[in-house]
Structure formats: structure tokens, C-alpha cells
Design a protein around this ligand. Structure first.
Ligand SMILES: NC(=O)c1ccc[n+]([C@@H]2O[C@H](COP(=O)([O-])OP(=O)(O)OC[C@H]3O[C@@H](n4cnc5c(N)ncnc54)[C@H](OP(=O)(O)O)[C@@H]3O)[C@@H](O)[C@H]2O)c1
Length: 305
């Protein structure tokens, strides 16, 4: 099968190549999915799981991409809950070969049914951004209606989902980003916008919850804004700063069928818009992941037209 592989950590995303790989086989509780569309997070090449298996053994050449929409073509031993021919979308295991390929083997529990009226491109754009937003806001951030939420990168893939969900659940959303992101952030549900290059974060006063997708100095400034009892949630690694009288939590997104179903239902009824950017074929994927200028939204690879 055709697949994108990486073999050289130092080369980063530029080291991706399109090649032929053997088709995967289904292990216990796995399904094989014929991939129709795949997402990819640009930082994957810096994650240890891209290079080693769970025992720490080298697993190169590895196939990146860990979110997909496609059709189940085979079931492994003992697999229940999904059937051959079913449309699905979900989040693949970080330590196994991923979804930038014609087929992927993954555990059935990491997938949810993809309704027939949701396009594969849209389906593939939801698992990482949608689940990260959901888990960060509701499980880790414990968002309550009426709280104020500082959403960094609110025009980005994760931030745009965070802004919309926080808004829907009664949060007062202050989005941030670059000057040119203002309108997109407001359209995604932010009630206010802070241009991180030109405005001062201090001017917004206190907030109950910070959702950080940037880290560094922005995270450190944000920690000082958290009200007593509030929470700073970050998705870019161990917290570099903690609120004086609150919690700092970092996490890595997990697959969850119930949450995927909640997310896709919101896309169907219009409560949630996905943030699509470049859409390219597998043949053009390497170029799409190495753009020469800034791109906005999530890059999705249409593996099958
Ligand atoms: N822990 C987890 O489970 C998890 C899950 C998903 C993602 N992540 C991580 O979260 C991060 C964000 O992912 P994403 O997919 O949302 O990326 P993205 O689509 O690029 O969104 C990030 C947004 O923040 C903006 N931004 C970044 N630095 C900024 C700065 N200094 N000033 C103003 N705006 C800034 C970006 O603008 P520019 O494009 O102009 O930089 C972009 O609009 C990545 O590091 C990713 O690896 C972690």
C-alpha cells in the first residue's frame, strides 16, 4: 500500500517520504480501516511515540498521522462493536503505524461510527482537535457555566474547537492569537480577542480557566491571571508555570467513542464548525505538510478521492 513514512527524527516533517509499505494485519480487538481521509499534527515528529513502540524499541520507518475517517474492511480476533463496511472515524494509537496510508490497523474501541451525512474530510479533522478540546474543557478544566475562559490560539485547530464548546456550555470566551486571527476567533465563538503580538494579556483581568496551546512566556503570563480555585490546562507539555492559588494540568488526548459521538453530532446540527485548511492527496501530502507560507486551519489528506 502507499504510505507516508518518517525515518529520521532530525529531519522533522521535511523528512517525510511517500513509499510502499506492507498492508497491516489486524491484532486482537483491532479493525483494519481503509483510510479515506487523515489528519496530522505537525509536532508528531517530535513525539517519542513516533520513533519507538511502548517498550522503547525503534519502530522506524513509522507511518505518522493518528486521526482518520474511513471504512472498516476487516475485523481482528474477538473484535466487537463495529462491522465490515461501516463508516468510522477516530484516534489511532500513538505508538503504532498511523493513518497517512491506504490502510491502518487499530483498536476498534478507538473509533466511533461516522454518520453517512458527514464527509470523510470533515470526519478526519475532528478526533484530535475535538477530543482535546472536550477533555481539556470538561474533564481537566471542569468548566462551569458562567466561568471566563482564556483560549489561546483560538483560530487554530484545537483552539477553535475549545472556543466553540466553551461558548456552547456557557463560558465567557476570551480568544487569543495573531492580529490576523481576530475575525476567525470571533467567528468561532470568542466574545473578546487579544492580539498576542500587540495587546497585553494583563488587561483582561482574572479568568477561571486558561486553555493553553502555546506554552512559554504566554503560559507564564496566563498563570498569573487565574483566579483562586481556577485551572490552567496546557496541551504542550508539563506546565512551566502554576497559578498561585489554582491548578496546572497537562494531558495527552485519549480516544473516547462517546465523546467522538457527541462531537460529530454537534457538527451535524451546526453547533460545531470544523477548521479545515489545506486539503491534499496522499501523493501531495509531503508538500502539504511543508508549506512555504503560513497556512490556517487543519491540513487533511484525502487518501481516497
Ligand atoms: N496534548 C495533546 O493531546 C495535544 C493534542 C493536540 C494538539 N496538541 C499540541 O497543541 C498545539 C496546538 O495544536 P493545533 O493543532 O491547535 O495547532 P494550530 O492549528 O497551529 O493552532 C495554534 C494556533 O495558535 C497560534 N499561535 C501559536 N503561537 C502563537 C503566538 N506566540 N502568538 C500568537 N498566536 C500563536 C497559531 O498561529 P500560527 O499558525 O501563526 O503560529 C495558531 O493559530 C501543538 O503544539 C500540538 O502539538 C497537543
Amino acid at each position: 500500500m502507499k504510505a507516508i513514512v518518517v525515518t529520521d527524527e532530525a529531519a522533522g516533517t521535511a523528512g517525510m517520504t511517500l513509499t510502499e509499505r506492507p498492508e497491516p494485519s489486524a491484532a486482537i480487538n483491532d479493525v483494519i480501516v481503509e483510510v479515506h481521509a487523515s489528519g496530522y499534527v505537525p509536532t508528531e515528529v517530535t513525539w517519542p511515540s513516533t520513533w519507538t513502540d511502548r517498550a522503547g524499541r525503534d519502530r522506524t520507518p513509522s507511518i505518522p498521522g493518528h486521526e482518520l475517517a474511513g471504512v472498516v474492511t476487516a475485523l481482528g480476533y474477538g473484535t466487537t462493536g463495529l462491522s465490515v463496511g461501516q463508516r468510522v472515524f477516530g484516534l489511532a494509537d500513538w505508538h503504532r503505524d498511523g493513518t497517512l496510508a491506504e490502510y491502518v490497523a487499530m483498536e476498534a474501541r478507538n473509533l466511533a461510527p461516522l454518520p453517512g451525512d458527514v464527509d470523510f474530510t470533515v470526519g478526519a479533522s475532528l478526533p484530535i482537535s475535538g477530543l482535546t478540546a472536550w477533555q481539556g474543557l470538561f474533564q481537566h478544566g471542569r468548566l462551569q457555566s458562567g466561568q471566563s475562559v482564556l483560549v489561546h490560539g483560538a483560530a487554530g485547530a484545537v483552539g477553535s474547537m475549545v472556543a466553540q464548546l466553551a461558548n456552547e456550555f456557557g463560558g465567557y470566551v476570551i480568544g487569543t492569537g495573531r492580529a490576523s486571527d481576530r475575525q476567525a476567533a470571533l467567528d468561532f465563538g470568542a466574545q473578546e480577542f487579544v492580539d498576542l503580538d500587540n495587546d497585553s494579556l494583563k488587561d483582561i483581568g482574572g479568568v477561571d480557566l486558561v486553555f493553553d496551546v502555546i506554552g512559554g512566556d504566554i503560559q507564564q503570563q496566563s498563570a498569573t491571571l487565574v483566579r483562586p480555585g481556577g485551572i490552567l490546562v496546557t496541551i504542550v507539555g508539563p506546565p512551566e508555570a502554576r497559578p498561585a492559588d489554582g491548578l496546572a494540568i497537562d494531558f495527552v488526548v485519549e480516544a473516547d467513542r462517546t465523546q467522538l459521538t457527541e462531537i460529530v453530532q454537534r457538527v451535524r446540527d451546526g453547533r460545531l464548525k470544523t477548521n479545515l485548511g489545506t486539503i491534499a492527496t496522499l501523493d501531495d501530502a509531503v508538500a502539504a505538510f511543508n508549506p512555504t507560507e503560513r497556512t490556517k486551519g487543519k491540513t487533511i489528506i484525502r487518501v481516497r478521492p
